[in-house]
Design a protein around this ligand. Structure first.
Ligand code: SAH
Length: 351
């Protein structure tokens, strides 16, 4: 397709958000550098109209790498006997929060495997602990699929947001990435419950996950534009050496950047992180993500002693440095991309 035609699709996407599957397919296939640059510039323009030059930061606390599930792509799945398992204590978690607050974080994300050790009562007491210590902060949970009653109890305890990537919007693809005891229907139902309960909700998927087709990505984009999540986490798939997908290729940088921009145009006010996985496949991946429409970064606040153990994939960056060092490095990177980290909860703004 000619550059002119691709640009026309991008213009249409930006002004009407209404493009056909064939047009999305053409956009995803386009390799022209100028087309990608134009797409990125449109995404930046839309992002800046709503969020200005601000980049929101989320302090990620990876509090457990125990997991009862065996997602085929994930390095901490329960079948991986080589994973060195850890759990942070309540005190350990609150220490991360204390340190993060000093560093300017106003959102804390508790992420982990699905670890039954952390009962609802324990999670509730953690939420309350953080909220009591810092009522001006937002608490985000990313702890997988739970019952409606559990989600409701977390929300009532004060949790503000919930991240649950849908992983893929195609049921057949979902079944190729997960064992039979995990279902596409339940994952999607969880997202609907979270929204109904009142959370700010995040979905998302990996780019280039095994068996993923262009049609799967189009289904993801359709789902995202209909669901209109408050947040959307996308990053490249990266193989982990102790999983059955160890020999699968990693997702591509350009395709991830393209998808970030398309998502920004489809859902202009979405909170869109430049993920750690993106920074892992390219030394300037996160800066490039910010230049393609992303407006959030999620540095790691976990204690350095456990960081390399939360290994969802190989080669994860920032596992060796202290949180203070990380935020300094990241601030410079964000400035390099022409943006600025702000001390703010970074709530979703409606366009
Ligand atoms: N247990 C929680 C948190 C999952 S970890 C939950 O189920 O939601 C957060 C995300 O990391 C996952 O949703 C997945 O999309 C991503 N991830 C897992 N393994 C990965 C890999 N090998 N490469 C890239 N991203 C991966």
């Amino acid at each position: 397709m000619e550059l002119m035609d691709i640009k026309a699709i991008i213009d249409k996407l930006k002004s009407t958000r209404d493009v056909s599957d064939a047009e999305l397919e053409a956009l995803l296939a386009a390799e022209d550098e100028e087309a990608l640059a134009y797409l990125g510039a449109c995404a930046r323009e839309v992002r800046e109209k709503i969020y200005g030059k601000a980049v929101y930061i989320r302090g990620l606390i990876e509090f457990t790498n125990y997991c009862k599930n065996s997602c085929y792509y994930c390095g901490i799945n329960c079948k991986n006997v080589k994973a060195d398992r850890y759990r942070l204590s309540d005190e350990g978690i609150l220490d991360c929060v204390r340190e993060g607050y000093e560093l300017g974080f106003r959102t804390f994300v508790l992420q982990g495997g699905e670890d039954p050790f952390y009962t609802d009562d324990k999670i509730i007491s953690l939420i309350r602990g953080i909220k009591t210590m810092h009522p001006d902060c937002a608490v985000t949970l990313s702890i997988g699929e739970k019952s409606e009653a559990s989600y409701r109890a977390y929300f009532e305890a004060g949790a503000d947001r919930y991240l649950l990537r849908h992983e893929t919007a195609s049921p057949l693809h979902y079944a190729k990435l997960h064992p039979a005891d995990l279902s596409f229907e339940n994952r999607m139902n969880c997202l609907k419950l979270l929204r109904k309960i009142g959370f700010q909700v995040g979905c998302g998927m990996m780019v280039g996950s095994p068996f993923q087709t262009t049609q799967n990505l189009i289904a993801d984009l359709r789902f995202i534009s209909e669901f209109k999540p408050d947040m959307c986490g996308i990053g490249p798939f990266i193989p982990h050496k102790d999983t059955i997908f160890k020999n699968e290729p990693q997702g591509s940088l350009d395709l991830t950047l393209k998808l970030l921009s398309i998502i920004r145009l489809l859902v202009p006010d979405v909170l869109l992180p430049a993920t750690t996985a993106l920074g892992t496949i390219d030394p300037e991946g996160r800066e490039k993500g910010l230049r393609h429409g992303a407006n959030v970064v999620m540095p790691n606040l976990s204690p350095v002693s456990v960081r390399d153990k939360y290994a969802l994939y190989d080669g994860k960056i920032c596992t060796g440095s202290e949180s203070a060092e990380c935020i300094k490095c990241l601030s410079a990177r964000v400035a390099c991309a022409g943006y600025e980290i702000v001390v703010d909860r970074g709530d979703h703004k409606s366009a």
